[in-house]
Design a protein around this ligand. Structure first.
Ligand SMILES: *Cc1c(COP(=O)(O)O)cnc(C)c1O
Length: 371
């Protein structure tokens, strides 16, 4: 039995201020559709530089609503990245559309715009571009591509809060962007999410859809369209306010942890995450290394686990999940770049308050396991 403490994959940063804000709402008795939701929304909109923000119950709910915004219907196709969390593709299926995967760039792990263009057909209704691991996708290529083909662009920025592309914050580009606040994300509301947009009509539709299709003018039991209960409650929104108050500190701390990993892993035979450049400033969501081909990732993970270090095979390619194979007949070889990345990438413990000693333990264990 090991005497060392376990090092977890992620951990939220919750402090007394968060507790205070949540308690305040709890004691007010106004637990949903109160004043705290809109306060959180305007703070969040300001944080990402978007004119409008609609808080929702999860990132997945936000992506689903964006399918409704885009008018996605049965028979349509929605292009997205296979190297993402399943929600990026599931949202299309919820509306009866078919997910179409385009392959990725092996360095950024984001969609390859040429592959996206090749995947477009007359039935393509939307593109869900993902900023995977907080690294901005190639918007200078994707935005004109969508305009040229009349396709709605939805940004899955669930992992990218605080990232910038060519000096502009993600969320400020005008198209709908979706955010998620599950406890492993940069900030958390427990469960929760948001959709930001630059378009007032889209925002009004989001607000109606998340609230059972109620119209701005209608009373509680009048519903103008098919909607959902995708509301974020006020307790969660209060936690979100506490998180936003310290967002800069959270992001700086995560970035410092990543920089330290980069140094510690310099002499270890793994590919560390792509460095920022002038055009791409990442927001650190996870720290994912790519193992050399031929290294047995399962054995590396087992060795780290024996030393009390959590890891995850981040991320499996979505098209190879069993339900995807069964529904669509997808199989190996369809998306070779994504599949190769999926076999070789691994997330190591990463969060804002991971201590340096734990980081050294992770680096030493990885060095030993790869050697
Ligand atoms: C976390 C995440 C989501 C969904 O978030 P939930 O809030 O868990 O529904 C969607 N897409 C990506 C890329 C994510 O990382």
């Amino acid at each position: 039995m090991s005497t060392t403490t376990r090092i977890n994959l992620s951990a939220p940063w919750i402090d007394e201020r968060d507790e205070e804000l949540v308690l305040e709402v709890l004691r007010s008795g106004w637990l949903s559709l109160g004043p705290t939701g809109p306060r959180f929304e305007s703070m969040f909109a300001a944080a990402v530089g978007a004119p409008y923000c609609a808080a929702v119950s999860s990132g997945t709910a936000g992506l689903h609503l964006c399918m409704r915004l885009a008018g996605v219907e049965p028979g349509d196709e929605v292009i997205t990245s296979p190297y993402s969390f399943v929600a990026s593709a599931n949202c299309a299926i919820y509306e009866g559309a078919t997910p179409v995967f385009a392959d990725i760039d092996p360095q950024t792990f984001n969609l390859d715009p040429a592959a996206v263009e090749a995947a477009i057909t007359p039935r393509t209704k939307a593109l869900v571009a993902v900023d995977i691991f907080g690294y901005p996708a190639d918007y200078d290529a994707l935005i004109p591509l969508c305009e040229r083909h009349g396709i709605a662009l939805i940004e899955d920025s669930c992992e990218a809060l605080g990232a910038t592309y060519k000096g502009k914050r993600l969320g400020s580009h005008g198209h709908p962007a979706v955010w998620a606040f599950y406890p492993n994300k940069q900030m958390t509301t427990g469960e929760g999410g948001a959709v930001t947009t630059g378009n007032a009509d889209e925002h009004e539709l989001l607000v109606s859809l998340r609230n059972q299709g109620r119209l701005e003018t209608s009373s509680w039991l009048q519903h103008g369209r098919l909607g959902y209960n995708y509301r974020l409650d006020d307790l969660s929104a209060a936690l979100g306010i506490g998180q936003l108050e310290k967002l800069d500190r959270i992001l700086d701390a995560r970035s410092a942890v990543a920089t330290h990993y980069n140094e510690l892993l310099r002499d270890v035979d793994v590919e560390t995450p792509l460095a920022d450049d002038e055009d791409h400033v990442r927001s650190w969501f996870v720290y994912v290394v790519k193992l050399p081909s031929g290294v047995d990732r399962g054995a590396v993970m087992a060795q780290l686990s024996d030393q009390g270090i959590a890891t995850a095979p981040y991320l499996p390619s979505i098209h190879l999940q069993s339900y995807m194979r069964e529904r669509y007949g997808f199989s190996e070889g369809m998306l070779p770049v994504s599949e190769d990345c999926s076999e070789r990438t691994m997330a190591v413990p990463f969060h804002a308050r991971l201590d340096r000693e734990d980081q050294e333990r992770v680096a030493d264990a990885l060095r030993g396991a790869i050697a």
